[in-house]
Structures are given as C-alpha cells and as structure tokens.
Design a protein around this ligand. Structure first.
Ligand SMILES: [Zn+2]
Length: 134
C-alpha cells in the first residue's frame, strides 16, 4: 500500500486521517503468517518535510502453540507512532522510514511493528498453559 501525501506535505501541522482494510501481502510480509484482511488506521501530519505517522494496526496472525503444537489464530492490535523522512542519502537508511515522490508506504513500518510484537511464548488457550518440564 502506498499513500499519496502531497496534501499532507503542503499543509504543515494539519493532521489527515487515512484508513484502509487490506490483506498484508507483498515481499515485506512474505514470511509473516497473517490471516485475512488487516485494518490500518493512520493519522498523518508533516512538519518541514518530516511526516509523523501514528495510528493503529489490527491484524490476525497464525501461530503455533508451544504446548500442544496446534496452530491457532490471534488478533493483534498494535498502536504506532513513527516519523518518515524524505528519501535520504544518509549513512543508515535501514534505521529510518522514508517516503519519496509524495508517496509513503507504511508496509515496512507495519512489518517491523508486527515482528516487534510477535509473541515470544505461544499458547492456544489458558487451559493449555501447563508448565513444560525441563
Ligand atoms: Zn495449545
């Protein structure tokens, strides 16, 4: 998904709402097992070319239970608040999010957000929370 941010860049300090519902597909999400469509709510505002992107991602992911080894689905609701800068020629392009040609793609940010919040321990239910010996 890319978002046209011409209006955002032309209106310093004004917040624009943008939301969409779509499956998370494409190379950014190739190794993440998401289910169905994700809800993405964005609020975009710019100051001197720096675009603040905040909002909320709601997505269902498919996990495997650590205890019974059965697959199950879990809804993740993840708030975010990030900044995007114009396409840089900086030393560390991977460390920041960028936009170019008045278009911004939140995909990498959303991928990072999901990875950052990916459960360390997967339990399909409370009842399945028996302690593991050893
Ligand atoms: Zn289980």
């Amino acid at each position: 998904m890319t978002i046209s941010i011409g209006d955002v860049l032309r209106s310093d300090g004004t917040e624009f709402d943008f939301s969409y519902r779509a499956p998370l597909v494409g190379e950014e999400f190739a190794d993440l097992d998401t289910v169905g469509e994700a809800d993405v709510e964005l609020k975009l505002s710019a100051v001197d070319g720096c675009v603040r992107v905040r909002g909320k991602l709601k997505v269902t992911v498919r996990l495997v239970c650590d205890v019974c080894l059965e697959p199950y689905e879990q809804v993740m609701v993840l708030p975010f608040d990030e900044e995007f800068l114009p396409e840089p020629d900086k030393l560390d392009p991977d460390e920041i999010y960028t936009y170019a040609n008045y278009r911004l793609s939140p995909d990498k940010m959303l991928r990072d957000l999901i990875l950052l919040n990916w459960p360390m321990r997967c339990r399909c239910s409370e009842e399945c929370a028996a302690p593991i010996n050893g």
